[in-house]
Structures are given as structure tokens and as C-alpha cells.
Design a protein around this ligand. Sequence first.
Ligand SMILES: C[S@@+](CC[C@H](N)C(=O)[O-])C[C@H]1O[C@@H](n2cnc3c(N)ncnc32)[C@H](O)[C@@H]1O
Length: 427
Amino acid sequence: MNNDWYAVYDVLRSVYCDNSYSNLAINEALKEHEVSSQGFVRVMSKGVIRDTILLDYNIDRLAKNGIKGIKKKNLIILRMGMYAMAKMDSIPNYAAVNEAVTLAENISPSVKGFINGMLRTFEREGAILLIPDSEDILESFSYKYSFPYHLVRFISKQYGEGKIEEIIKGLYDIPELNIRVNSLICNREDLKKCLSTRDIKVRDNPFSRNGIIIENGSIVNIPEFRSGMFTVQSTSSLRCVEMLSPKPGDKVLDICAAPGGKTTAMAELMNNTGEIFACDIHEHRVKLINELSKRLGISCIKTKVMDATLYDKSLSERFDKVLADVPCSGLGVIAGKPELKLHVNLNELPGLYEIQYSILKNAFMYLKPGGELVYSTCTINKRENEQIVSRLCNSFENSSIVEYNSILPYNKQVGFYYCKISKCNNL
Ligand SMILES: C[S@@+](CC[C@H](N)C(=O)[O-])C[C@H]1O[C@@H](n2cnc3c(N)ncnc32)[C@H](O)[C@@H]1O
């Protein structure tokens, strides 16, 4: 039995059946199974999730009684087998069929023959995932980029049919991997030298002086990571923090801070001086901020478990800078977290808008007159972005927008929104 395939199966079961996040499920599976290639488990798990809709169309097409009667566990094995055959050049078709059939033997022995038959038929067709023709252009994009139709329509209504294909394609393509140099410990040139000795190919991030893009090679748990020389962070997140631009000695509030990627980026910009008050509603996630600060050698961060939707009078007008990186639908980061496109429930979004507004309103109340706040999300849904900010500006006369950036997921960037708001001194 191939442990790598079993690990992928466990990840997929957890994502499809328990709505887990793929990154967490992958970490769990890697603890559980002794695999020969962690890279294989990550690539195949995310790939199958990314292509679920197109895989299911093809399974439905090939199964005599359609996809509806196929049990979830058997569907997962079929998705894995077909994905390996169609998309993973490193695996010969016969090996993919064998692995899938062996997996079925262990997990669901009675359907071994069915799995074998389906995959052999797919192989005879050329192992190509067919994309159906459709007169509805949005439906054809939905299959082509394996993106739920209702989400294609939702995004298209906001950005128009002219932009939709590029956006959906951007949310399909694997985003580039960026790391942030810990400027408290080293500089970009030093770190690049260390990485090159490990055969890791990199280039400077043109958008951030502390960013390095990893072109190939693995940075997982290398000594430079363990010693805190860098942390993984998207270019869009880095640019968001650079827009707020906290200075050494500032008093900063990070109101939705966990796991601490932006909190620690701010601490580095502040040269580990001043004070950052970092809060999050979940205790286990607050621990992640403390662990990350420790690894990066940062001491100016104080953490607290706090529900940011509830107003705390003791924080009123206490901070020079506030970051409100609120919980959101995550529609901008689907390329890296493909399970989000399967799990997002549009009916739940109005409740989220209220949470986002309450957090932003409180964040604004905690800002000193003359201070600046950045509101940010990793979604491209305008109702979570522009509309939340407008609501604040319409409610508070002393607020004004300084600048904003709405990043669409083009050119392997993650979709992001951030807006700097100032609090006027003289009302
Ligand atoms: C987008 S994430 C923050 C990411 C973080 N800023 C970073 O860069 O690492 C949003 C965070 O908000 C937290 N959160 C959700 N609801 C909250 C609430 N009512 N009050 C405070 N934090 C909340 C979540 O636990 C999550 O950690």
C-alpha cells in the first residue's frame, strides 16, 4: 500500500466530508502517514480539490448510472485516479490505475472492479479531462477553470463579463510563493546567499524590498526558517502592511491578528520597538502569534484573546495605527486554498458583512485623532471591501480615505483589498 496515496485520500476525505482547510488536513495527514514525498501529497491533494468540478463532470459522463449513485469515498478514489492520469506527468497511467485500485482494495473492496473499469475507460479515451460545450459563457468558464457556477455569476455581476475569465483563471493558477526577510536578523542579500547554497532558485520581489520570490526548491523547515530569518507571506499582505507603515516607537493595534503574519511584519518595520497589541477571538490562534513572534525573535507584541465586534471602552483613542485585517470570504486566495470555492456559502455572507462592519467601527474608535487605520481583506467581493469602508465613512464625519488598493488575482498574485483611513484631528 502506497502511503502517499493513502495520505492524499485522508486529506481529501477531511476536506470533502468535514469541510476542513486543505493546509490543516495536509499537516494532519503528514503526521499520520510516513510518506515518501511530502511534495507529492501537497501537490496532488490541492490539485484534486482545485479540479473537482471538471473531474466530477467527467466521472458523471463515464459512469453508467451517473455520479449521483457513487459513494463519497469511492468518488474520492476516482477523482484521485483521474487527476493523476490527466494532470500528473510523473505518474504513468498504468501506475495511477494500480494505485487507485489498491487504495480501493483497502478502503472499499467491493468497488475495486468498478474503479478499475472507470479508469481503464478513461485511459482508452486518452486520459483527457473533457470540457463540455456550453452556450452560456459563464458556464463554460465554470468547467474550464473548475469554479462553481454560482460563484462565477456572483463575481461576474461585480466585475463584468469582460474581466471574469481573467479573474477565474487567476484563481485557478497556482500563486507564486513569496517569503518575507526578517529585517531584524538579516537582509535580503544575506538570505538569498543562504538559499542559493541549498539550490533554491529565487528572485527579488519587485513590489517589496523585504520580499523574495521562490522560483523552485523546497523551503519547508530548512535551518534558515527555523532560525527565524524569514516567514512565508504573500506579496499582497506585505504591501498591505507597508501601506499602514507603522514607525519605530508607534503604539499599534492589530485587531484580528492571528496567526500573526502581518503583526510580525509590522514589528519588523518598527524595529521591534514601540508596542503592538495583537488580538484575536480564538485562543488557539492567539498562541500561533506568540509562537511566530518567538521564532522571529520579536518582543514588542502583546497578545490578547478578544472579540473585536464588542466595543472595549478602555481601548478608546489609544493607538497611533490600527490594522483591521478582518475575517472574510477568502475569494481572493482560492488559488492557494482551493477548498474555499467548494465551501463558500453565499447565503452566509450578509452575516459576515455585519461582523466586518462592527470590527471596523470599533477599530476606528480605538484610533487616536490624527491616527491611521488600514482595513483589509483577502477577498475580491466588493460588498466586503468598498461597501464596508463607505459605510464607515458615511457614519463618521471625522474619517477619510487616504488611499486604497484593490488587487485582482492576476499574474499569480492573490486577490486582496486594503484601504487606509485617517481620523481627523479637528472636529
Ligand atoms: C484574515 S485572518 C487574520 C490574518 C492575520 N492578520 C495575519 O496576517 O496573519 C482573520 C482573523 O480574524 C479572527 N477573527 C474572526 N472573528 C473575530 C472577532 N469577532 N474578533 C477578533 N478576531 C476575529 C480569526 O480568528 C482570524 O484569525
